[in-house]
Design a protein around this ligand. Structure first.
Ligand SMILES: [Zn+2]
Length: 304
C-alpha cells in the first residue's frame, strides 16, 4: 500500500526558467496534505497538477531565500479568495511570520481563517508536529542564512489481526487491542494467546526527508538516516565546487555521498542551477556514488 505521494512543483534553483520553477513540493502522506517550500509560481503549479489546494493543512518553509517562499502570501491570498475557513499551520524561520503578516496587513487583507505560525528553532533535530499517524521533524542545515531540513515519517504501526484464525477460534474481541500491540494475553483458564500467533507483523513505517538549501553537511546524517526517499539539493556539478562552497550549496557528487552515508533507499536530486540545460551530467555524477538516484523534473510524482 502506497501511503506517500510526492509531487515536485519546482525543481530549479534561484532563477526560474521555462522548464524549472523555484522550489515547491506537495506531499500527501496518509491523507495529510503538506506543502514543502513555496517559491514563486507554486500555486499555479498546484492547480496545473490538479492537487487539492484547500486541503493543504501544513506548510513547511526551509529558509528565507526568495526562491523558497516568495509564493507564500499569494497562495494564502488565493486560499482566502476561494473561501477557505479551515486554519493553516506554517512552520518556518522566525522572521517569516512578520513578513507574512506585514504583507497581508499593508494590502488590507484579513484572512478569514486562522494562520498558526510555529518558528523553527536552531536545534539539531526537533519534533515539530505529530498526530496519531505521522510525525514531522525539523533539523538545522548549513547555508548562507539559517536553513532547516524536514523529515516526515509514519509512526510505528500496529500489527494486523489474523482474522481468520482469531474469529475461527471464536476469541473475544476485547483481546484484539493488546494482540495488535504485540502483547500476549493471559486467559482466565491460565492459557495464553500469543500475539505472534494471532497477528501479522506491522508494515515498516515509511519516511521522506527534504534537504534544500545546504552545503555538504554531515550533521544531517542522523536526521535523514535510512529514509525511503531523500530529496537533496544538488545545485552544481563537482567541478564547480568553488562556486558551491562560496554560495553554500551542494554538488551532485556530495549529494550522492550524503545519501550513501545515510543509507537511504532512494535519492532525489533537485534545485538545479539554471546553467545546466539538462540534468544528465548531474545525475551521472550523483549515481557514480549512489546508484538509486533520480533527478527530478517539475510535475514528477513519486509514490511509495
Ligand atoms: Zn538558499
Amino acid at each position: 500500500l502506497k501511503t506517500f505521494s510526492l509531487t515536485i512543483l519546482g525543481s530549479g534553483a534561484a532563477l526560474p526558467t521555462a522548464k524549472r520553477n523555484p522550489s515547491g513540493q506537495f506531499l500527501n502522506c496518509n491523507n495529510r496534505h503538506i506543502l514543502i517550500d513555496c517559491g514563486e509560481g507554486t500555486q499555479n503549479q498546484i492547480r496545473k497538477h490538479k492537487l487539492p489546494l484547500q486541503r493543504i493543512s501544513h506548510i513547511l518553509i526551509s529558509h528565507l531565500h526568495g526562491d523558497h517562499f516568495f509564493g507564500l502570501v499569494g497562495l494564502l491570498s488565493t486560499m482566502h479568495l476561494l473561501g477557505r475557513d479551515k486554519g493553516i499551520h506554517i512552520y518556518g524561520p522566525p522572521d517569516l511570520e512578520q513578513i507574512i503578516r506585514m504583507q497581508l496587513e499593508i494590502g488590507g487583507s484579513r484572512l478569514p481563517f486562522s494562520l498558526n505560525f510555529y518558528p523553527l528553532q536552531k536545534i539539531k533535530n526537533q519534533l515539530i508536529f505529530e498526530d496519531k499517524v505521522i510525525e514531522i521533524h525539523s533539523f538545522t542545515m548549513k547555508h548562507r542564512v539559517d536553513s532547516w531540513g524536514f523529515r516526515i515519517q509514519e509512526k510505528e504501526k500496529e500489527r494486523t489481526l489474523n482474522a481468520e484464525l482469531f474469529y475461527g477460534e471464536k476469541r473475544s474481541m476485547e483481546h484484539i487491542p493488546a494482540l495488535k500491540k504485540g502483547l500476549d494475553v493471559e486467559l482466565e483458564d491460565g492459557s495464553k494467546l500469543l500475539s505472534a500467533d494471532y497477528t501479522f507483523p506491522a508494515s515498516k513505517p515509511k519516511s521522506y526527508a527534504y534537504c534544500s538549501d545546504t552545503m555538504y553537511f554531515e550533521q544531517i546524517l542522523q536526521s535523514v538516516l535510512e529514509v525511503d526517499y531523500l530529496y537533496h539539493e544538488a545545485t552544481f556539478l563537482h567541478k564547480e565546487l568553488d562556486r558551491a562552497l562560496a554560495t553554500m550549496h551542494t554538488t551532485a557528487l556530495q549529494a550522492g555521498e550524503i545519501a550513501s552515508k545515510a543509507k537511504v533507499k532512494n535519492l532525489l536530486i533537485g534545485h538545479l542551477s539554471a546553467r545546466y540545460e539538462t540534468g544528465k551530467e548531474l545525475l551521472a555524477e550523483a549515481k557514480s556514488v549512489f546508484d538509486n538516484t533520480f533527478i527530478v523534473e517539475d510535475g514528477d510524482v513519486f509514490e511509495f
